[in-house]
Design a protein around this ligand. Sequence first.
Ligand code: C5P
Ligand code: MG
Length: 289
Amino acid sequence: MIAELSKPSVYMKDPQRVQKTMESMLKAGSNTLQVISDFDMTLTRFSFNGKRCPTCHNILDNSKVISDDCKQKLDELLKTYYPIEIDTSLSVEQKLPLMVDWWTKAHELLVEQKIRKDLLATAVHESEAKLRDGYQLFFDHLHQHSIPLLIFSAGIGDILEEVIRQNGVFHPNVNVFSNYMDFDESGVLKAFKGELIHIYNKREGALLNTGHFQELRTRPNVLLMGDSLGDLAMADGVQNMENILKIGFLNDKIEERKQSYLDSYDIVLVEDETLDVPNAVLLYLTGNK
Ligand code: C5P
Ligand code: MG
C-alpha cells in the first residue's frame, strides 16, 4: 500500500481496514479531508538521545520563569500523576478525578508564579522541546493543500503556539484548541481561560467548539493523530463523519499498552520519533504517491 507502513515501528490490527479507509479517503479527495492532532508527544518528540523531551507544561516547569521551590512542587506532581496517566490497571473513571487534580494543582502553582507573557518566547526558545522529525513536510504539505489542521491539546495553547511559531510552521490553516493563559493588563498571568481541557475530556472540549466543526462540515474525512487513548475523542465534534483513520503513537509502557492501542488506533507507531508514517499517508491521500 505505502512503503512506510512496512517500517518495523508500525503495528496494525487490521491492515485491510486501513487500506480500505485510505482508498475511500483518496477517492473522496483531499478537499474533503481534515486533520486533527494532539500536540504533546504526538507532534513533539517523546525522547531525544535517550532523554525525555518536555511537554508544554514541562517547558514552563523547567524554565527560568518558575522559582526553585515551585519547580520542586511541579516535579512532585509530575512524579505522582504521570504514572497514573499511563497506568493500565486503572480505568478512565478512576483516573479522571486524579487527572483533574493534577491539571488544577499545576495551573494554580503556575498562576502563583506571576509569569510574564513577554518571557514565554524565551522559555520556549531555551527549552528542549522538539517537533518530531518530518514536521516541516507535515505542516507545509497540509498548508499547500489547504487542509485544515486542528491541534487539540490538553497542554498550554500559548506555549504550543510559540513552539510551532519558532519552528516556522504556524501556517494559517492551523487552529488550536487548548488551555490558554489569561494575562492582566500589565501582562502577568492571572488565570487560565475557559473550561479546562485535560487528557480525558477532549470529547467535551470538542463539543464546546461546534462552530469550528460546522465550518468544516464539507470535510467529513478525518486523519486523527494522538498518543493517549483520551485523544480518540478529539473527533467527536466532526459532523457527518464518513471515514476516520487513527494513528496512535505508543511512546511509553509499550508491552502493557500495545493491545489496547491496537484495539483503538488503526495504525500504532511504537517508539517512532518521526512523522514519516503520517506524512506518507498524507502524500497518498493528496494523490502525490
Ligand atoms: O497536548 P496533550 O493533550 O498531549 O497534553 C497533555 C500532556 O501534558 C499529558 O500527556 C501530560 O502528561 C502532560 N502534562 C504535564 N504537566 C501537567 C499536566 C499535563 O506534563 N501539569
Ligand atoms: Mg499527548
